[in-house]
Design a protein around this ligand. Structure first.
Ligand SMILES: CC(C)(COP(=O)(O)OP(=O)(O)OC[C@H]1O[C@@H](n2cnc3c(N)ncnc32)[C@H](O)[C@@H]1OP(=O)(O)O)[C@@H](O)C(=O)NCCC(=O)NCCS
Length: 247
């Protein structure tokens, strides 16, 4: 009986230590997250747009992904939000209909607003699934979507995903996509639990590689002749990646 009580006391002490250590860790996570996010705010679409919900980062190793879908995120200049039905005109005129924007993308410029509308409707249907991450990049100063950023491929077991993006030409080289990519990566790391995020670009499109570098991704390798461009030539793709513990 005596031994039984002693074991129980030891067990309770160990449990308390583990519990306190876990609490301390999650406090560190929260402090680190507040520090990293700065002015960034995650807004649940389920809640009213006025109610800003700051959540404890969940991206601890060993846990499952916690999909939450395309929630709105605000940065200094941008509002990353879900596409709305009424965005078709702006999307078509600002980027989807521009051959220069689509030059290195797998899809060609949209022929008319109808094509853009179908694209948006399809994304809006996908928003019903919590593992859909497709943001319109709205420039707050003009209240217009000027680009998009999305998770294109996700491997939930490996906790990795691939991001793609595009931006309206008049807004290139102002750091806008770097701002969007950094923010989206933090959301995917700390809110959803991804541990590695990758992005690829055609080697003929170095500006995209610069965005990846400026957002803290590291060059991994070149995949030679891995896909075919729309002009029929073979495309070499540079792969960049970032791990959560490098953030
Ligand atoms: C690639 C793209 C998203 C970049 O967005 P952006 O907001 O202009 O990017 P940023 O301003 O954050 O950074 C671009 C960087 O590339 C640099 N850059 C631009 N053209 C370059 C070139 N030809 N070679 C090397 N660097 C270049 C810019 O100088 C800038 O770096 P800096 O801030 O150190 O000066 C945008 O050009 C785009 O949408 N292009 C068409 C679609 C596309 O290619 N999507 C990516 C597919 S992988």
């Amino acid at each position: 009986m005596k031994y039984h009580d002693e074991y129980r006391t030891v067990f309770v002490s160990i449990t308390r230590i583990v519990y306190n250590a876990e609490n301390m860790l999650s406090t560190f996570y929260r402090i680190e997250c507040n520090f990293l996010y700065g002015k960034t705010e995650f807004v649940s679409n389920a809640a009213s747009t006025n109610s800003v919900i700051h959540k404890k980062p969940r991206g601890k190793r060993g846990k499952m992904l916690q999909h939450k879908g395309t929630n709105s995120i605000e940065t200094l200049r941008l509002l990353l939000r879900r596409f709305e039905k009424s965005d078709a005109k702006d999307m078509f005129h600002n980027w989807a209909g521009d051959p220069e924007v689509c030059k290195y993308l797998s899809w060609g410029p949209h022929k008319n607003i109808g094509v853009t509308q179908i694209r948006i409707d399809s994304w809006r249907n996908q928003y019903n699934y919590e593992d859909t991450y497709v943001w319109a990049i709205e420039l707050k100063s003009i209240h217009q979507p000027i680009g998009s950023i999305s998770v294109e491929i996700s491997d939930d077991k490996a906790k990795t995903c691939e991001i793609g993006y595009c931006l309206s030409r008049p807004y290139w080289n102002q750091g806008i996509m770097t701002e969007a990519l950094r923010t989206v990566m933090r959301y995917l790391f700390y809110e959803i639990g991804y541990e590695k995020i990758i992005a690829k670009h055609d080697v003929l499109n170095p500006a995209s590689g610069m965005v990846m570098q400026k957002a803290g991704m590291k060059f991994e390798k070149v995949l030679y002749q891995v896909s075919r461009r729309r002009d029929g030539t073979l495309c070499d793709c540079a792969v960049y990646a970032k791990n959560i513990w490098e953030d």
